[in-house]
Design a protein around this ligand. Structure first.
Ligand code: MN
Length: 216
């Protein structure tokens, strides 16, 4: 993903059509999510940066890492832009249905099996009260870690209580699933695995390991 983009930020292209992730994510939800919610974060982020009076040279990823020096509008809308840009990339209509490459081995080593890993992730996604995100991250030691963040925070933010480099994320705001699943967040989490782009998650894993100076 282009996390090196600089302001003014723009809505990235979706790598698939609105209805291509059906039945896991219905086309209407995808369209609203992308054209209304994500676009709203981009527009409000640009406005908030303009109004902040601070220099606007931060790349998107640097903005996350120094978010404590910005106000709440930048935090919420900047997080919203980063998180959704990230999210679209790790979804695919023709995913492999299970992890691949070194990440597959790391998941089995750390969690025992893909099933056990999914249980842990589901726990993080369903126990996040209200709106937020569940994440799989690479921590400073190159280990996998599962957790969640509230609102549009993410594990890159310097103020985050759960930190690391995200390689997989799930939007658990109701706007992400309400039309198809209503209040049944656990069903949405279970269905999510069918549309994960594990090739991209593996690529993010390799990049993250390099960044923390670890090897698989
Ligand atoms: Mn969302």
């Amino acid at each position: 993903m282009n996390v090196n983009q600089k302001p003014p930020f723009t809505l990235p292209d979706l790598p698939y059509g609105y209805a291509e992730l059906e039945p896991v994510i219905d086309g209407k939800t995808m369209e609203l999510h992308y054209t209304k919610h994500h676009k709203g974060y981009v527009d409000k982020l640009n406005d908030a940066l303009k109004n902040s009076g601070q220099k606007q040279e931060h790349s998107l990823v640097d903005l996350m890492r120094s978010i404590s020096s910005f106000d709440t509008a930048v935090r919420n809308n900047g997080g919203g832009h980063f998180n959704h840009t990230f999210f679209w990339r790790i979804l695919s209509p023709d995913g492999t249905k299970e992890p691949v490459g070194d990440l597959k081995n790391a998941i089995n080593d750390q969690y025992g099996s893909f099933d056990r890993f999914r249980e842990e992730f589901k726990k993080a996604a369903t126990s996040r009260f209200g709106s937020g995100w569940a994440w799989l991250v690479v921590d400073a030691d190159g280990m996998l870690n599962i957790g969640s963040t509230p609102n549009q925070d993410n594990p890159l933010m310097d103020i985050a209580s759960f930190k690391g480099i995200p390689i997989l994320g799930l939007d658990v705001w109701e706007h992400a699933y309400y039309l198809s699943y209503q209040n049944r967040r656990p069903e949405y989490v279970d269905a999510f695995w069918d549309v994960v782009n594990w090739m991209e998650v593996e690529a993010q894993y390799q990049d993250s390991l390099k960044e923390v100076g670890s090897t698989a």
